[in-house]
Write a protein that binds this ligand. Structure first.
Ligand SMILES: Nc1ncnc2c1ncn2[C@@H]1O[C@H](COP(=O)(O)OP(=O)(O)OP(=O)(O)O)[C@@H](O)[C@H]1O
Ligand SMILES: [Mg+2]
Length: 480
């Protein structure tokens, strides 16, 4: 093994009173101000960042390792065990636990439950692995204590630090050598040697860089919470998302108690994994069986409701698609999509009108996915279409039925991936029928008690699941 040489970054020559400009959009550095960023082509996004005070800055952790190049086949990897978080849902989203030395960003809307989740993780890790440092720049220690009491956490092994100065944070972590560091939130932490205001692009970028340097050099993971912008993106420079190892996004309807933790970037596991939690007055609890939870309140005899089996990350999930149609009081009928892509609803409505003959031109259509889930898979098209048809005709779909399939513009039902796993999940939850695409269903062996209803067209699917109303009979006659 070649010897690792370490070099202090601060020994690099720097000019006095150096000024840099950083793009607020992409984080690109440039020595000269320009109206347009040369990297992302956005206008008026460059802000000034002074780095003169960094001149004398030397820290043990602010070092860059220099290694000789090694042949890939010669590199040996020490398997360092991941840190168990105590929550199977968080472990699932992270790909099996927190990787030592990794930087994980937990982001989400205000009040969604980021601090609650981080406190729960801090407490769980402290119980299993030892000391955890929880740095809060937003809330006082007393506020966090009240939350811990509400959540029934003893707080043993969790050390609270009210701080916003990065130096203070680093001093504490160096002195305490915790097993995990939580920083709530990265936007409140600032480096006093930068003139930029806290929460500015330069501050967030620099603080993230320095924390990352410390995490990597000490092999201690850091969990950061991060604000989001009005548009729902992580606030701060885009480059921060590139720097961290994993970006987890917490979402959910604020008025529902379900919370979803979605991995949108993960260097140590697959993305698109989803963890499901329930928020209650005693904090966040893992939902062990999300399919069961999402369809628990569904009534089999209500019209406009269809169960769909979707794949979220590595697991199939059942959820309920609801549709409500109502005669429009405006000239142009309204379409409202909650939890589904709006354009997809327009396509499904167009196919239902043209290929099936449903009179949707005078109907408002509202679609909702229960549980605050977001369903972006084309495999949910058929359930959406059947829910709309069921609502228009005031007839519920078959009892104990799920629908899976993508709809083409000619009204054909197209093949979907992992059909067998979706069907198995529906059977596990006690459903008895599954409307599935004919193509690809030949190889699926239905579990005991489950009957597959293979269909080639949307019209066949409606017949199989709802029956035929006068509306459809009329259009049948027109077609024939
Ligand atoms: N006393 C309470 N009883 C029940 N639930 C509470 C109580 N206090 C807070 N909550 C729940 O916790 C949520 C706030 O959680 P938390 O502070 O973890 O959110 P956050 O994402 O960290 O917010 P912020 O963006 O402001 O930091 C509230 O939306 C509420 O649902
Ligand atoms: Mg918070």
């Amino acid at each position: 093994m070649p010897q690792t040489v370490r070099r202090l970054v601060s020994n690099m020559p720097r000019s006095k009173n150096k000024t840099q400009f950083v793009c607020e959009s992409c984080g690109n550095d440039t020595p000269k101000w320009t109206g347009q960023c040369s990297s992302c082509a956005e206008w008026n996004t460059l802000v000034e960042m002074r780095v003169d005070a960094l001149e004398t800055h030397t820290r043990a952790w602010d070092v860059a390792p220099i290694n000789d190049a090694e042949e890939l086949s010669e590199i040996s990897v020490d398997q360092v065990p991941r840190l168990e978080t105590g929550s199977s849902e968080v472990n699932r989203v992270l790909g099996g636990g927190v990787v030592p030395g990794s930087l994980v960003l937990v982001s989400g809307d205000p009040g969604i439950g980021k601090s609650t989740l981080l406190l729960k993780l801090a407490s769980d890790v402290a119980r299993v692995a030892g000391g955890v440092l929880y740095v809060s720049g937003e809330e006082s220690a007393a506020q966090i204590k009240i939350r811990a009491e509400r959540m029934g956490l003893s707080g043993q092994g969790v050390f609270l630090l009210e701080a916003t100065d990065l130096d203070r944070v680093i001093m504490e972590v160096e002195a305490r050598k915790p097993k995990l560091v939580v920083v709530d939130s990265i936007q409140t932490i600032y480096n006093a040697r930068l003139e930029a205001a806290p929460a500015s692009v330069s501050q967030i970028k620099e603080c993230t860089r320095l924390l990352m340097g410390w995490a990597k050099s000490e092999g201690v993971p850091i969990l950061l919470s991060g604000h989001v912008t009005k548009g729902g993106d992580v606030a701060g420079p885009k480059v921060m998302e590139h720097m961290v190892d994993a970006v987890l996004y917490m979402e959910g309807d604020p008025i529902s108690s379900w919370r979803l933790l979605r991995s949108v970037k993960n260097r140590f596991g697959s993305t698109n994994e989803v963890g499901v939690f329930e928020m209650s007055s005693s904090g966040l609890t893992d939902v062990e069986d999300p399919s069961q939870a999402f369809i628990a309140e569904r009534r089999d005899d209500s019209f406009g409701s269809v169960i769909v089996s979707i794949i979220e990350g590595s697991r199939p999930l059942l959820t309920e698609v609801q549709a409500l149609t109502n005669p429009s009081i405006f000239g142009t009928p309204r379409r409202v999509a909650n939890g589904v892509d709006f354009n997809r609803i327009l396509v499904v409505c167009a196919v239902l009108s043209r290929q099936v003959g449903l009179p949707l031109a005078t109907q408002d259509v509202v679609i909702n996915i229960v549980g605050g889930m977001r369903v972006d898979e084309p495999a949910s098209d058929l359930a959406v279409a059947l829910a709309i048809a069921s609502s228009v005709q005031d007839v519920p779909v078959r009892h104990h039925m799920a629908a899976i399939g993508e709809i083409g513009l000619t009204g054909e039902i197209r093949r979907v991936p992992q059909l067998d796993r979706r069907v198995q999940e529906a059977a596990r939850l006690g459903l008895k029928f599954c409307v599935v695409p004919s193509v690809g269903s030949e190889s699926v062996v239905p579990p005991k008690g489950m009957e597959l209803l293979p269909v080639e067209t949307l019209r066949q699917a409606i017949r199989a699941s709802i029956g035929v109303s006068n509306v459809l009979r009329t259009s049948d006659a027109v077609e024939s």
